[in-house]
Write a protein that binds this ligand. Structure first.
Ligand code: LLP
Length: 381
């Protein structure tokens, strides 16, 4: 990224930098890997920046939303309601009404009570929305516990036992159209075997449903494919091919059944960096602190999930490598990006790139300590 230094001069730090050409290449790779023609819905929560989502829309992806405001954002930016799915464990009546009014493709429903509420609201409008039921498959995703969603202790979805117990009730609800089952076991999953295990579980559950005479036209396996945070240049584009192949080899789809995905991080993660400037150096015992002007308000992932993003000094020409604790200015001890990271000798004024920030970076930024929000800038193809 050193070649970008010139372009960065004059921009107030910290700021987000997006490589839109990498985003385009990632979208092209995704398309090429999707030989089976599966439906991919981009998970808007990963990044809702209009410049980013307009490219995603142009690549023909649908969209996965988790709030009424996300649905409104997607529609405002040109996504067709028939490409929108709405998930979320706590949808409000207002959000449900909004989505029904706009005839979205489907709700991913997370409890039986929610199903009844959707049925009631739909009845009052004389509509019959599509719904998929989210099953918690009780599968270990092998990722950080705070981004695991498919284990028994997680709040998401219902168990397959509850689904089997509820099929008569579901059939009795006249204002919903039960079209599918939905899963999502977690995020930043690098081990494709986890998706193989998920496929095996889905096959079991599907067999149980078919035995009850329920054959659903849609199956949604969520997202979760991880990215390489350690080597963003070495693996700028995730292994979409292996990912889709894992499902095509292991999932037993019913005749004509359509398979849906909800990918976020793997599409946008590597195209964004957070660019920050060194404010101060300070030593405490053996520790050298590099205090930069970006903090946990700009990128929450290290503080929240102990995430490690690669940091690079773009300005230093020094051949001397030192170990630093890279920390932000926020009044919290958790405002640390990296502990003991090796960087060329660094000084006040140097620019540091914190890599792989395209997903869950800007969307989670906040104004804690009344800090200004980092703005986005772009390198265009
Ligand atoms: N579908 C559902 C139902 C989800 O809950 C999520 C992410 C996705 C799809 C997209 O997952 P992805 O392909 O991006 O892994 N803030 C955390 C990640 C939270 C993920 C929440 N759900 C982080 O920065 O690591």
């Amino acid at each position: 990224m050193k070649d970008l230094l010139q372009q960065f001069s004059g921009i107030e730090t910290p700021f987000y930098w997006y490589d839109l050409s990498l985003l385009d290449r990632t979208l092209a790779a995704l398309k090429a890997a999707n030989k089976q023609g599966y439906h991919v819905h981009y998970a808007l929560k990963a990044n809702h920046n209009p410049e980013i989502i307009s490219r995603i829309k142009a690549a023909g992806l649908g969209i996965d939303c988790v709030s009424g405001n996300e649905v409104a954002h997607a529609l405002k930016h040109g996504f067709d309601p028939s490409d929108v799915v709405l998930a979320g464990v706590g949808k409000t009546d207002k959000e449900i009404t909004y989505a029904i009014n706009h005839d979205i493709f489907s709700f991913n429903v997370e409890s039986i009570e929610e199903l009844k509420v959707i049925n009631e609201i739909a009845a009052s409008k004389g509509k019959k929305p599509n719904i998929s039921i989210r099953i918690n498959p009780a599968i270990d995703a092998g990722t950080h516990h705070k981004i695991t969603t498919g284990s028994k202790e997680n709040k998401f979805g219902i168990s397959d036992e509850e689904l089997f117990r509820s099929t008569d009730l579901i059939k009795s609800l006249e204002h919903i159209h039960f079209i599918g089952v939905h899963y999502h076991i977690g995020s930043q999953i690098m081990d494709l075997n986890r998706f193989r295990n998920l496929s095996v579980r889905i096959n079991e559950i599907q067999t149980g449903l078919v035995e009850q005479g329920i054959e659903l036209p849609h199956l949604n396996v969520g997202g979760g494919l991880g990215i390489n945070y350690e080597d963003p240049d070495g693996q700028a584009i995730p292994d979409f091919e292996g990912y889709f192949q894992t499902f095509s080899e292991n999932l037993k789809l019913l005749p004509g059944q359509q398979l849906h995905f909800e990918l976020g991080r793997s599409i946008v993660g590597q195209c964004g960096s957070l660019i920050t400037r060194v404010l101060y150096l300070k030593e405490s015992g053996a520790t050298k602190f590099l205090i930069v002007d970006a903090g946990m308000t700009d990128l929450m992932r290290p503080a929240l999930y102990d995430a490690e993003h690669l940091a690079q000094n773009l300005s230093s020409e020094s051949s001397k490598v030192l170990k630093y604790d890279l920390v932000g200015p926020v009044c919290e001890s958790s405002d640390v990006f990296n502990k003991g990271i090796e960087l060329p000798e660094s000084k006040r004024g140097d620019l540091i790139a914190i890599r792989s920030c395209g997903a869950y970076g800007e969307t989670m930024k906040n104004e804690y300590n009344l800090r200004s929000l980092a703005k986005p800038y772009y390198s265009r193809p």
